[in-house]
Design a protein around this ligand. Structure first.
Ligand code: HEC
Ligand code: HEC
Length: 357
């Protein structure tokens, strides 16, 4: 009798210790059921978000691509205040220390724009550029701001005159493209775009805690433990991401972006009373799925910068015709944010990328 009482007390104590441990680990009993092993399909979906980094991107049609001299020329142009008569540089909006974005709601060139400045990290991994994916060549996109009257307006003649008139720039141009800048302004402008894109190709996000966890899952076969860098909340968020929340239907592959267009639930104006049409054609308001690597560091979010917190961007925001995005609870959104933060090597500490109610 005494022995069974002692055993019952022992079992109670063990139960209490288990509950205390779960509480300490920040797990609610409901979350504890999420600790179940990954299913084979979850595992496959998680492995498809890597490996990282992939092989470097090279453009065989671009003589500057992959050439140290071409990349250095592109970098110099990227930082030069002389490309634009206004003194605006590419780096004025794509600031290296801000992960090549600018932290503003919408871009501020010579006039206010209507779209948020995207980070250029991993841009070369995409096949479509701009929020609406209007361009499919990186060098063309690299010239777009030079031609946009609201950004850093310059025309081909001005850019070509700069390269021709500066002996150092002209000599660098000749070494890369095989001949000094000729009299064809459009051609010189295109070559400037090629040099800029050779530099942009080299901008890549480093490996992040998610990648270490994913690679251990791929290698060992048994699921790696969670850690400070990849906490239990991130694991729950990841399972939602590839599961019920349906995120990986669009945020697919190692960049977590499919380069396809989806109807956005975010509507914005390009001018008072004028809706941003998004990608050309029907249905309206389609935008390209952005990649999510390092996303915690590049707020505010969405094409119009309307999500001030990463948590707000995790609300249903895109759908394909006939498909309703699932509603998410506050706890689920918090877990998704915890997962998204593991896509940054060094996730920012500020509240906008952490707070979630
Ligand atoms: C006034 C701010 C501003 C300046 C200056 C600027 N950009 Fe941008 N950049 C943007 C904005 C805003 C977008 C998104 C455009 C859109 O969706 O219509 C963008 C998009 C891009 C993209 C596409 C990224 C992607 O993932 O789709 C590239 C590449 C790029 N810029 C390169 C450059 C280069 C090179 C320069 C200098 C010649 C430059 N930018 C100057 C604001 C700027
Ligand atoms: C139907 C396709 C689709 C699904 C499903 C989807 N997204 Fe998106 N996502 C997009 C598109 C398109 C945008 C750009 C929307 C815009 O700016 O108007 C976007 C933007 C984002 C952004 C902002 C990125 C930035 O740089 O500003 C985040 C964060 C994000 N999605 C996370 C998620 C998460 C988490 C889920 C799952 C809960 C999810 N998405 C589900 C297509 C999708």
């Amino acid at each position: 009798m005494r022995r069974s009482l002692a055993a019952a007390a022992g079992a109670l104590l063990a139960g209490a210790v288990l509950v205390a441990l779960l509480v300490l680990a920040g797990n609610t009993p409901a979350a504890a059921t999420d600790a179940a092993a990954l299913t084979p399909s979850e595992r496959a979906a998680i492995l498809a978000l890597g490996p990282w980094p992939p092989a470097p991107v090279r453009d065989a049609a671009n003589p500057a691509s992959g050439s140290p001299e071409g990349i250095a020329f592109g970098e110099a142009l990227f930082h030069s205040p002389r490309l634009s008569p206004t003194g605006l540089r590419c780096a004025s909006c794509h600031e290296p220390w801000r992960h090549f974005a600018d932290g503003r709601v919408v871009a501020q060139g010579v006039a206010a724009g209507s779209r948020n400045t995207p980070s250029l990290l991993d841009a070369a991994r995409h096949r479509r550029y701009g929020w609406d994916g209007a361009r499919d060549q990186l060098w063309q996109q690299s010239l777009r701001p030079l031609q946009d009257p609201r950004e850093m307006p310059a025309d081909a003649a001005q850019v070509a005159a700069l390269i021709r008139s500066d002996a150092a720039l002209s000599a660098r141009h000749a070494r890369i493209f095989g001949a000094p800048p000729g009299t064809d302004d459009e051609r010189v402008l295109r070559e400037v775009g090629l040099a800029l894109s050779a530099y942009v190709e080299t901008l890549a996000t480093p490996r992040a805690p998610f990648d270490d966890w994913r690679d251990r899952l791929a290698g060992a076969g048994i699921e790696p433990a969670t850690s400070d860098a990849f906490p239990a909340a991130a694991r729950r968020g990841l399972r939602l991401f590839v599961g019920r929340a349906g995120c990986s239907a669009c945020h697919a592959g190692p960049t977590l972006g499919d380069d396809a267009f989806h109807v956005s639930l975010v509507h914005s104006m390009t001018a008072p009373g004028v809706l941003d049409p998004g990608h050309a054609g029907e249905p309206a308001n389609r935008f390209r799925t952005p990649g999510l690597r390092d996303v915690a560091a590049t707020g505010p979010w969405f094409h119009d910068g309307s999500a001030a917190r990463l948590c707000d961007a995790v609300q249903p925001h895109a759908a394909d015709p006939g498909l309703e995005p699932p509603l998410l609870t506050a706890l689920e959104r918090r877990d998704l944010v915890a997962f998204l933060r593991t896509l940054s090597a060094d996730p920012p500490a500020d509240e906008s990328s952490r707070a979630c109610d």
